[in-house]
Design a protein around this ligand. Structure first.
Ligand SMILES: NC(=O)c1ccc[n+]([C@@H]2O[C@H](COP(=O)([O-])OP(=O)(O)OC[C@H]3O[C@@H](n4cnc5c(N)ncnc54)[C@H](O)[C@@H]3O)[C@@H](O)[C@H]2O)c1
Length: 266
């Protein structure tokens, strides 16, 4: 007997699909690219780090999945457009866009440099805007699509020293909602993921050094405040991003999904 739905879970829910993942060279973006490839997806990677891109492409290629890569700065509109157009050509189609590239610059609002403030918005907000605008015509031409934006639990609240980052991640939540409304008629869903404290990433490693210099608590020290009792891993986020990109999430759009181990409730 089938209860509720006759959909059968498949180990390859993205078989035959193609995705572009920005920030795919490291951390959460890398984990999403690997997870989507394991789910049967062809993957195009965008990152500023050429060597890191080649490494991840090698990992995906070794698992016999189609992969291609483009070195591009998402903060640059023209580079973003060229990268998306080229990857779309190489992949032969485009069904999924994951906007994951992002940076963190710590500093209290009176102290943060204008360069750090502007870079945060150039990468985290302008970057998502540029890549999405380049990808949307391809998704529309495909007849349907999925956009998954990586925001943060800090996009839902303020935090001392994180002002620029929090504001940029809040902008991603807002843009997710607008994009969801504007693209629903094209059968393109747009959702955001809000990760909590995620270890084993370049951003986290750099933040830990800076937090120590500022005399602020480390991730390890904050673990006690996480109801599920452990810090997050890139794979925790990758699993949810892959779900949001799959047919199983067909009736979800405009949502922001917390992946925080319950940290959000504290
Ligand atoms: N690690 C965490 O605790 C955490 C928590 C919440 C949200 N996030 C978000 O997850 C995303 C990935 O972060 P991560 O922790 O994996 O960090 P990471 O530094 O390991 O990965 C970020 C990737 O983005 C790339 N990138 C940076 N600027 C770019 C640009 N201008 N153009 C193209 N690529 C660029 C980097 O080269 C890197 O490969 C970010 O958007 C971050 O804000 C991370």
């Amino acid at each position: 007997m089938t209860i509720g739905s006759d959909r059968v879970a498949t180990p390859h829910p993205l078989r035959g699909r193609a995705a572009i993942v920005t920030g795919g060279g490291a951390g959460i973006g890398r984990a999403i690219a690997l997870r989507m490839a394991a789910a049967g997806c062809a993957v195009g990677l965008i990152d500023v780090q050429e060597e890191a891109l080649a490494r991840v492409a090698g990992e995906i290629g070794a698992a016999d999945r189609q992969v291609c890569q483009a070195v591009a700065d998402v903060a640059d509109e023209e580079q973003s457009r060229q990268a998306v157009d080229r990857l779309r050509r190489d992949l032969g189609r485009l069904d999924i866009l994951v906007n994951c590239a992002g940076i963190l610059r710590l500093g209290r609002l009176e102290e943060i440099s204008m360069a750090d403030w502007r870079d945060t918005f150039r990468v985290n907000v302008d970057g998502l805007f540029h890549v999405s605008r380049a990808a949307i015509p391809h998704l529309r031409a495909q007849g349907s699509g999925r956009i998954v934006n990586i925001s943060s639990w800090l996009g839902k609240s303020g935090k001392a020293y994180y002002g620029a980052y929090c504001a940029s991640k809040a902008a991603i939540i807002s843009l997710t909602e607008t994009m969801a409304l504007e693209l629903a008629g094209d059968r393109i869903t747009v959702n955001a993921v809000c990760p909590g404290i995620i270890m084993r990433t370049g951003m986290r490693d750099r933040a830990e050094v800076e937090l120590q210099q500022l005399g602020l608590p480390s991730a390890e020290a904050r673990m006690a405040g996480i109801p599920l009792g452990r810090l997050g891993q890139p794979e925790d986020v990758a699993e949810i991003a892959t779900f949001l990109a799959s047919d199983a999430a067909a009736y979800m759009t405009g949502h922001t999904v917390n992946v925080t181990g319950g940290l959000w409730l504290q």
